[in-house]
Design a binder for this molecule. Structure first.
Ligand code: F0G
Length: 351
């Protein structure tokens, strides 16, 4: 039985006392080949989807949260705090519940997908909505965690990045023929692209792999500070998970990009929604809009001639589509209502 990333990768995540390990058996998510998507985007490349929506709270955040909360418990902390566009707060709330400690989460009012808010609430976190954006919330929680005995579990906490490296380990362990040529990710606060690159490098140094992928990251156009080289005071995008104007790991993401020979570009909301529909309708895999930025980026870069043919590309689908039912309904065909009669239903079916 899979026991969670800390216990599955003991060479990388060391705990002197196993009782401090707080886990909901995160990780071990499927790496699914996507031939129909590749056929549509570029038949000459192979696309694999790392479906992080299948983590315990439905996003990749659980990989970092198991580490951050376990270390918090190890150090005797009784409370954690984070700012979040939704997924970090859902994960923090769940792992705090599991640990029996308090969670305080600060989110931007009105810009959180419904499922994520429900998660933070049901797990018993104290949820504070600020009348501002994620960047405002992050500044507040940073200050509080410096002055009070509350552990910050945003990705400024290095244990978060440590745990998130495990996504790269799993890909290397399961992809036949070694690591991919390219790894595509959405970029928000820029922790995940930093973590994946660190994970690939750690596996390389450990002698587990013999090559490294190029990291390619995609921000939403209306929240693309790294691409534009300036802070966005008022970031806006349909992909609320990555609605961030001043990413905490900005410099580290640029380093991952440059060290790997990759790139960070932006995609429009229309391109994100198109990719969102494409992956769900062609592959049966439901992710949230922000996750689809990784696929929208492939569409854009493929059209610009990035690939020669034969490349293997992994896209991380960072969060489950069920977190954001509102956007799914908005972009889909309406159900048809009809009388409870077979004939009427057949009529709708076109028979
Ligand atoms: N995809 C999803 C679904 C996310 O929730 C996030 C970040 C990202 C991508 C971007 O990852 O920040 O490491 O570059 N969500 C954070 C949160 C900000 O608060 O849940 P990143």
């Amino acid at each position: 039985m899979w026991k969670g990333i800390i216990r599955e990768y003991p060479d990388f995540f060391r705990f002197s006392d196993d009782k401090n390990v707080i886990t909901i058996h995160e990780g071990n998510t499927p790496l699914v080949q996507a031939p129909r998507l590749a056929q549509k985007i570029n038949p000459k490349i192979s696309i694999f989807l790392k479906y992080e929506g299948l983590n315990p709270t439905g996003s990749f955040k659980d990989r970092g949260m198991t580490m951050a909360v376990s270390r918090a418990v190890e150090s005797g902390s009784k409370a954690i705090i984070c700012a979040s566009t939704g997924n970090t707060s859902a994960s923090a709330a769940a792992y705090a519940a599991r640990a029996g400690i308090k969670a305080f989460v600060v989110i931007p009012e009105g810009k959180i997908a419904l499922g994520k808010l429900a998660q933070a609430m049901i797990h018993g976190a104290t949820v504070i909505k600020v009348l501002g954006n994620f960047d405002d919330a992050l500044n507040i929680v940073k200050q509080i965690s410096q002055e009070y005995p509350i552990t910050l579990v945003n990705s400024l906490n290095p244990h978060r990045i440590e745990g998130q490296k495990s996504g790269a380990f799993e890909i290397c362990d399961s992809l036949v023929g070694g690591p991919p040529d390219y790894h595509s990710l959405p970029v928000g606060n820029a922790g995940n692209i930093t973590a994946y690159w660190a994970g690939y490098k750690a596996y390389f140094d450990y002698g587990k792999i013999k090559s490294l992928p190029k990291m390619i990251g995609f921000q939403a156009e209306g929240a693309s500070p790294i691409v534009q080289g300036r802070i966005f005071e008022k970031p806006e995008t349909i992909a609320t998970a990555i609605r961030i104007g001043n990413p905490a790991s900005w410099k580290k993401a640029e380093q991952a990009r440059d060290d790997s020979g990759g790139l960070i570009d932006s995609v429009s909301d229309d391109e994100i929604l198109e990719a969102y529909k494409m992956v769900s309708s062609l592959e049966g895999i439901f992710c949230e809009p922000a996750s689809a930025a990784s696929i929208a980026g492939l569409v854009k870069k493929s059209a610009q001639g990035l690939f020669n043919g034969g490349e293997r590309v992994v896209c991380t689908l960072t969060g489950h589509g069920l977190k954001d039912p509102d956007n799914a309904i908005k972009v889909s065909r309406e159900p048809v209502t009809c009388e409870p009669e077979t004939k009427k239903v057949l009529n709708v079916l076109g028979f």
